[in-house]
Design a protein around this ligand. Structure first.
Ligand code: AMP
Length: 279
């Protein structure tokens, strides 16, 4: 039985009544197969699953993006029911931030200044704050995060370590549509033509993985060429980085790396990434 809860006090109480291990999946709603996959993994590994659905205004650097963000609460609850979620926490903005935007914040540091951090000022501060608060409210043993948001995952891992939060962060691989596009709540905003153009992002990731043995320079060039074949796709960054530090790797680098891309198609901003082993 899935129970939907909208206040923090009810959540704390319902959580206290759960015995055994608890896994949490934090989302901004408009749930899709990517979220369902996280919920399934949590279901397999934990005695109970808590899903949170909250479009966190603090992490939107662009107010238009916040307004345009899809909200589908009924469908979200239905998906959570189908996935055997115990508790769905769906608070209002006032419930989460009764005194307005919090005064005390969490600073992501250097890992939050590159890639997404460079293009979305304030995004990671807002994300870390809400993840921190939801971790405390749910007292989860495990929290499941998608590798689709690779930098977010890294920052959350670092936050629980630096702030002594006793929750295991579990990374979950990227779930894609049949044509390769990384699943995202924002995909619903793409026209058919934009969706078609956006496929160069996942294609570039595949080409990069296939060329990884040829080295960093080739990977960068090949991936950039695939994306440049669709001028409708406006790249914010295409970066080949050290997966632990997010610093750009040198051309002669060998070993693990992460190729990460962010681009706008029409008015929709998309991200994708692929882990690979260079050299
Ligand atoms: P969001 O609702 O977009 O904030 O995402 C909530 C969680 O689902 C985050 O941990 C995301 O990384 C994860 N997620 C979203 N889309 C995907 C996807 N296509 N594959 C894997 N995880 C995803």
């Amino acid at each position: 039985m899935t129970r939907t809860i909208s206040t923090k006090s009810e959540l704390r109480q319902a959580r206290a009544e759960l015995t055994g291990t608890v896994g949490v999946v934090m989302t901004m709603g408009a749930l899709h197969e990517g979220h369902a996959y996280l919920l399934r993994q949590a279901r397999e590994e934990c005695d109970h699953v808590v899903a949170t659905v909250f479009v966190n205004p603090l992490q939107f650097n662009d107010p238009k993006d916040y307004e345009a963000y899809q909200r589908t609460p009924d469908a979200d609850v239905a998906l959570c029911e189908a996935e055997g979620v115990d508790l769905v926490f769906m608070p209002s903005e006032e419930e989460m931030y009764p005194d307005g935007p919090p005064m005390i914040g969490i600073t992501p540091g250097a890992l939050g200044e590159v890639l997404e951090g460079a293009f979305r000022p304030g995004h990671f501060e807002g994300m870390l704050l809400v993840v921190h608060n939801l971790l405390l409210l749910t007292s989860a043993d495990r929290a499941y995060f998608g590798q689709k948001d690779a930098q977010q995952l890294l920052l959350v891992q670092r936050m629980v370590s630096d702030l002594e939060i006793d929750t295991e962060i579990v990374p979950v691989p990227i779930v894609r549509e049949d044509d390769g596009l990384a699943r995202s709540s924002r995909n619903a905003r793409l026209s058919e033509a934009e969706h078609e153009a956006a496929l160069v992002l996942s294609r570039a990731m595949r080409v990069a993985v296939a060329n990884a043995s040829l080295g960093a320079k080739t990977v960068r060039e090949e991936a950039a060429a695939v994306i440049a074949s669709r001028p409708e796709v406006h790249v914010d960054y295409l970066a080949l980085v050290n997966p632990a530090t997010l610093a750009e790797v040198e051309d002669d680098h060998t070993g693990p790396a992460l190729l990460a891309v962010a681009a706008t198609v029409g008015t929709t901003r998309l991200i994708d990434n692929a882990p690979l082993t260079l050299g």
